[in-house]
Design a protein. Structure first.
Length: 266
């Protein structure tokens, strides 16, 4: 009787924790002011900007600081700002003001092949990736993709998703009282978050294609960027996506070609 009572209490506790996680997650629903999409995000655009500005110096330090060439830094800012200006013109025609503060930086790290965006508009590219790019169009593809992450609020969205799935994993553990169940729940949450990550990458690719073309860049360069990234990652174009946060390069290239065709048909 005691064992049955204990199981019942654990199940009740697990259900309560799961309901709290659901209410908390869907209570964060906002309309993206730039895209109009409904998202679960637990902060305002102004808070995203503040978080990005606060985090930027530490993130730069982790990659050896900023690249010590002001001319290179200005060139990167020029390309990035050209894409942002094109996007802002579209927003202005709709009577919308962009709340994000974009800035573009080259990091000193010449071994890591990477680019990333912080919430609110701070965007970084490593010297290791920049050295592999041969055209301004390729650079525009990289930076346009990262601008897409900011505009679609992917970082803030993933923070809310992470808290939600951690809550569900905790509920499963409380209901079962089993560490093994906890491990399984955490694994499922991890796989689910990786799927969200792949979707975000594809969405940012689409944004990058549209707005680099609006800014006068050659969007086919995005395909070249995917080939460069595949080469840097070992040359696999069709790797298994199941336990990966990024789609395979061949998948991304196929989608990019579709976006280019759709854009030209408009």
């Amino acid at each position: 009787m005691g064992r049955s009572s204990g199981l019942k209490m654990r199940l009740i506790l697990g259900v309560i924790m799961a309901v709290i996680a659901l209410i908390s997650y869907y209570g964060k629903t906002q309309e993206n002011p730039l895209t109009g999409e409904s998202q679960q995000v637990g902060m305002s655009p102004e808070q995203e900007v503040a978080m990005g500005l606060q985090s930027a110096p530490q993130m730069a330090q982790e990659y050896g600081g900023l690249y010590p060439d002001n001319d290179i830094q200005r060139q990167i800012k020029t390309v990035g700002n050209r894409i942002v200006t094109s996007f802002n013109q579209v927003l202005a025609a709709r009577g919308i003001e962009n709340p994000y503060r974009f800035d573009f930086h080259v990091l000193r790290d010449d071994r890591t092949v990477n680019a990333f965006a912080l919430p609110g508009g701070q965007i970084f590219i490593t010297a290791g990736l920049l050295s592999r790019l041969s055209t301004e169009d390729q650079l525009a593809g990289v930076l346009g993709h990262e601008v897409g992450h900011v505009v679609h609020r992917h970082s803030a969205q993933q923070m809310a998703q992470s808290a939600f799935f951690q809550g569900l994993a905790g509920a499963a553990t409380a209901a079962s009282g089993s560490y093994g169940t906890s491990e399984i729940a955490n694994y499922v949450a991890q796989v689910k978050m990786m799927k969200f990550g792949r979707d975000d990458e594809l969405e940012s690719d689409e944004f990058g294609v549209n707005y680099m073309m609006d800014a006068g860049y050659n969007a086919e360069a995005m395909i070249q960027v995917m080939e460069i990234l595949a080469e840097a990652g070992g040359g696999e174009m069709d790797r298994d996506e199941f336990m990966s946060s990024h789609p395979s390069p061949s998948n991304r290239i196929g989608k990019i070609k579709e976006h280019i065709e759709n854009y030209r048909a408009r």
